[in-house]
Design a protein around this ligand. Sequence first.
Ligand code: 7TS
Length: 403
Amino acid sequence: MKVYLDNNATTMVDPQVVEVMMPYFSELYGNPNSLHKFGTLTHPALAKALDQVYKAINASDNDDIVFTSCATESNNWVLKSIYNDLIVKGDKNHIITTEVEHPSILATCKALEELGAKITYLPVNSEGIVEPHVVKGFITDKTALVSVMWASNETGMIFPIKEIGEICKEKGVLFHSDAVQAVGKIPVDLQDVHVDFLSMSAHKFHGPKGIGALYIKDSKALSPLMNGGEQMGGRRSGTLNVPFIIGMGKAIELATTDLESKMASIRAKRDRLEDALLELSDVMVVGKREHRTPNTILISIRGVEGEGMLWDLNNNQIGASTGSACASEDLQANTVMLAIGADHELAHTGIRLSLSRFTTDMEVDFAISEFKKAVFRLRSISSSYAKVGPTPGGESKECELHH
Ligand code: 7TS
């Protein structure tokens, strides 16, 4: 058996998504901007895909949704264009984000900092989220943008986006949310929550890789990142990736239809896995489960290096992660765990397990048994764990880290 538990890194493309994409590679391959039939024949399916995305996030007709190549592009676009439009050409100088964003936000902020922007990286609480009053405390009349993720790719923790959106609205500051780990996993209703810009990515909800979108409330002005042939109303130049856009539309529709029941089913499997792993001594899961997306567990196992654990799981046909694949090529401690206040030893023992609607009960059973075996095996050869042994009581918990 092979068990894929790294769905926060990417997901399997749903076969129904592949099916709707297929005709647009070799049959209906026209460029939608061409005036002949080869081009115009793609229009109905493109319009449908756009509708599917609008509906899934409850966007209004006044809003814009612009397809991009990925969420990394959407995030770069918002940050760089706000910097150009409101800082270089305007009278603002400040952007607020958090310490635990994805590298596509953090590295872009670092680059803008080098160009002279003032960036505030907000600290997170012991569960790894930013509290609304902390955001409020840092907004000044020079703040151009607040950018806070909707849900963490590492911990699954859901941020108080509604409250932060209200604060930004009240203060007249633009608000961006990287909702890559929220869309398709938990309800995202943009009539209920005030967000000016929202990034999403199809490959996190069983769509293809290499296609994403940026939602823009009230179609507000934002200078383009890509200049060229003026596609997408001049917002994002580059020939439209027709099959991938169609795939994204289908994928978001499938993910958000009967979302509550899909969430309940994934949550039941995640909770069963988590309960079983918490039977081990000296393990800790970051964040209360009711505060997390229903598919994610970030667990630390005292005495077991994250990379060793991954290796062992991989040898036994289980794909997991020590955290974001975007940052895991070097053997660094999990940065989110450090931001939460974990010591370096603990931050080196984090393993992220992320399920999907395709994860089966049998796979969960297999993962539980292999995970436990790997922990026993690795602890038995861990010099540090052997020396100290289980901590007194050795109790395991799902909790907040205490500083
Ligand atoms: N934002 C978040 C919150 C993400 O989790 C990711 C990918 C991205 C942006 C980038 O999306 P892309 O469309 O450019 O690929 N996150 C991860 C991860 O956690 N492990 O591998 C990729």
